[in-house]
Design a protein around this ligand. Structure first.
Ligand SMILES: NC(=O)c1ccc[n+]([C@@H]2O[C@H](COP(=O)([O-])OP(=O)(O)OC[C@H]3O[C@@H](n4cnc5c(N)ncnc54)[C@H](OP(=O)(O)O)[C@@H]3O)[C@@H](O)[C@H]2O)c1
Length: 293
C-alpha cells in the first residue's frame, strides 16, 4: 500500500512505474486531485463497473450531480471498489429545484442518501440561473451545510465572473471551485483569470470536447506523437500545465487508464500556448445568463 488518507501519493498498480496525481490546494485547506472522473450520461447501472475500474486505476476524484440520476450507482461503485471513502474526493451538484428557501438542505440530504455517504467533499451550485435571482440566497444555505459537517467545501458551476463577484460580495465562506466548460476550443481565459484572482480552482468540464471531434485536431496529434501520447492525453496535460482541474469521462477501461497516464511528460510553454490558440471563440454550449437548469 502506498496511500495515505486524502493525500496525493496514489499507487498506480496497473503500471510498472508509479505515478502521482497532483492535488490542488483549495482556499480552505482541503486538497482536490487535479484529475477526476466525469460521470454524466452514465446511469446507475452503467456507472458501477466504470467507477470500480477507475478507482482501481488510481482515480480519487469523482464528479456527479443530482441531475445525472446516477448517485446510487456512484455510491455502489465506491463501495464495490474497496477503497476507503476517506481516500476519495466526491463532488455533487444541486440544480435549480434546490435553489432558494433553504431547499439545498433537503437536496444535500437526498444526495447523501442516494450516494450512501455521510458527507461530500464538494457541493456545487450547478447553474447560477440569474433570471431566478436565487443563487446568493442559495449560497447562504450552502454555508449552513458546511457548518453542519455534511459537506467539506462549497463551490459553483457555470458561474461567469459577474455572478462570482456578486456571490462573493456577501459570502461568509468563499467558493473553492468554479466548474465550467473549458477545452482547447473554448479556453475561457477571462473566467480562469477571475477564478484565479480569488483563489478559486477552475475545473474543466467536457475537457475532451465531449467526443465531438476536437481530438482529431492536427496540432494535438502532432504534439501527442512527439511524446507518444494520444490527443486526449495532450489535452489533459495542457489542463495540468495551466493549473486547472479536469474531469474527463470515459466508460472504456483503456481510456479510463489512459486519461490518468499523463504525469510522466510535460508540455513546453510554446506547446501550451499553441494548444491555447486552438480556441475558436465559440460560445459555451449553454449561456449561463440565459439558460441552464
Ligand atoms: N457542471 C456542468 O454543468 C457540467 C456539464 C457537462 C459535464 N460536466 C461534467 O464533466 C464531465 C466530462 O464532460 P463530458 O462527459 O461532457 O465530456 P468529455 O469528458 O469531454 O468527453 C467524453 C467523451 O470523450 C471520450 N473519451 C474519453 N477519453 C478519451 C480519450 N483519451 N481519447 C478519446 N476519446 C476519449 C468518451 O468516450 P468513451 O467513453 O468511449 O471513452 C466520451 O465520448 C461530465 O461527465 C460531467 O461529470 C459538468
Amino acid at each position: 500500500m502506498c496511500e495515505t488518507a486524502m493525500m496525493p501519493q496514489e499507487c498506480m498498480d496497473n503500471k510498472a512505474t508509479r505515478m502521482t496525481i497532483p492535488n490542488l490546494r483549495l482556499n480552505n485547506g482541503f486538497d482536490m486531485p487535479q484529475i477526476g472522473l466525469g460521470t454524466a450520461t452514465l446511469n446507475d447501472e452503467a456507472i458501477v463497473p466504470v467507477l470500480v475500474t477507475a478507482i482501481n486505476a488510481g482515480y480519487r476524484h469523482i464528479d456527479t450531480a443530482f441531475r445525472y440520476g446516477n448517485q446510487r450507482g456512484v455510491g455502489k461503485g465506491i463501495r464495490d471498489s474497496g477503497v476507503a471513502r476517506e481516500r476519495l474526493f466526491v463532488t455533487t451538484k444541486l440544480d435549480g429545484e434546490f435553489q432558494g428557501n433553504d431547499r439545498a438542505i433537503a437536496g444535500l440530504d437526498e444526495c447523501l442518501r442516494q450516494l450512501g455517504l455521510g458527507y461530500v467533499d464538494l457541493l456545487l451550485i450547478h447553474w447560477p440561473l440569474p433570471q431566478r435571482d436565487q443563487y446568493v440566497a442559495t449560497w447562504k444555505t450552502f454555508e449552513k451545510l458546511v457548518d453542519s459537517g455534511k459537506v467539506r467545501s462549497i463551490g459553483v458551476s457555470n458561474f461567469k465572473p459577474a455572478h462570482l463577484e456578486r456571490l462573493r460580495a456577501s459570502a461568509r465562506i468563499h467558493p473553492v471551485a468554479n466548474q465550467i466548460q473549458l477545452s482547447p476550443r473554448i479556453t475561457r481565459e477571462d473566467h480562469v483569470a477571475a477564478d484565479r484572482a480569488h483563489n478559486i480552482v477552475t475545473v474543466a468540464w467536457s475537457p475532451l470536447g465531449a467526443g465531438k471531434g476536437m481530438l482529431d485536431d492536427a496540432t494535438l496529434k502532432r504534439i501527442g506523437a512527439k511524446y507518444g501520447k494520444s490527443p486526449g492525453q495532450v489535452v489533459l496535460r495542457w489542463n495540468i500545465e495551466l493549473g486547472l482541474a479536469a474531469i474527463p469521462r470515459s466508460s472504456n477501461s483503456e481510456r479510463i487508464k489512459q486519461n490518468l497516464d499523463i504525469f510522466d511528460f510535460s508540455l513546453t510553454p510554446a506547446e501550451v500556448a499553441e494548444i491555447s490558440q486552438l480556441d475558436t471563440g465559440a460560445e459555451p454550449r449553454v449561456d449561463a445568463d440565459k439558460s441552464g437548469h
